[in-house]
Design a protein around this ligand. Structure first.
Ligand code: ZN
Length: 259
């Protein structure tokens, strides 16, 4: 929380250097992300009678109209409305190397054919168009036209069943912050949500540097840097109290999004 700008700049420069080195081989599969904004959790269902079989249907409470984002960089090559049949309003993104993704039953589009999209680009909104009986996002990954089992960050989705997927899509899209944990000794408890009432999911050592993907408010905590209700999301489903994190700012970090 207290200012120490030089440290913040040094860490940011290191992160930028890593991003430049990161791109992999041209033929590698894209690193697909959950097709919703960073930090959101969605229930994804696979089932053997789905068409095509490897698609995932995503839901969350009151999801009609929620933004759907590109799961990897690419070029939009279909923005199609099939009316009351099949996919209804759907978008297809071409990721190169034969990979495409499909986003179906949208209630509205936010892209046009030929548009370049990146991680986190909003392509449309959840709906129930086409042959759909309720709002959800129907999502597919395909290779050379054939649907394949979905992977996020290289990890296979649950086949078959329903699982909660938390998005880290565009979490590190240049709008992250960093901080240094200072507890004056003991490890800092990491929680599954922004408050002391959430489950402990691990610890961070005193002195550790953390990447802050977004910030939100939660339980008020008194720590090394005073009393604060701000919580920092430092990973997927991982939150720490900002009262123990040196960020260079009192309060929210201006460049970091709200969760
Ligand atoms: Zn479906």
């Amino acid at each position: 929380m207290a200012r120490r700008v030089l440290r913040l700049l040094a860490v940011t420069a290191t992160a930028a250097a890593v991003v430049i080195v990161a791109p992999g081989p041209a033929q590698a599969a894209p690193t697909f992300k959950v097709p919703f904004p960073c930090g959101q959790s969605w229930s994804g269902q696979t089932r053997t009678n789905h068409s095509p079989a490897n698609a995932i249907d995503f839901n969350r409470t009151d999801d009609t109209g929620d933004p759907v984002v590109a799961s990897a960089p690419g070029t939009v090559d279909r923005v199609t409305d099939l009316g009351n049949t099949s996919y209804g309003k759907y978008v297809r993104i071409n990721h190169g190397s034969g990979y495409t993704t499909y986003y179906a039953h949208l209630n509205a589009f936010n892209v046009s054919v030929g548009q370049t999209v990146g991680y986190g680009s909003v392509i449309g909104y959840v709906g129930t168009t086409g042959g759909s009986t309720g709002p959800h996002l129907h999502y597919e990954q395909r290779l050379n036209g054939a649907d394949i089992q979905v992977r996020f960050n290289g990890a296979l989705a649950l086949y078959w069943g329903t699982k909660t997927y938390t998005s880290d899509n565009a979490c590190s899209g240049g709008n992250t912050g960093s901080g240094t944990v200072n507890t004056a000794g003991s490890p800092l408890t990491v929680r599954s949500g922004p408050g002391t009432g959430y489950a402990s999911v691990g610890t961070v050592a005193d002195g550790a540097t953390v990447t802050i993907y977004c910030q939100t408010t939660g339980t008020t905590v008194t720590g090394t840097y005073g009393t604060s209700n701000i919580w920092d999301r430092i990973g997927t489903g991982r939150f720490v109290s900002d009262a123990y994190v040196y960020t260079g700012y009192d309060g929210f970090i201006p460049s970091v999004p709200r969760c």
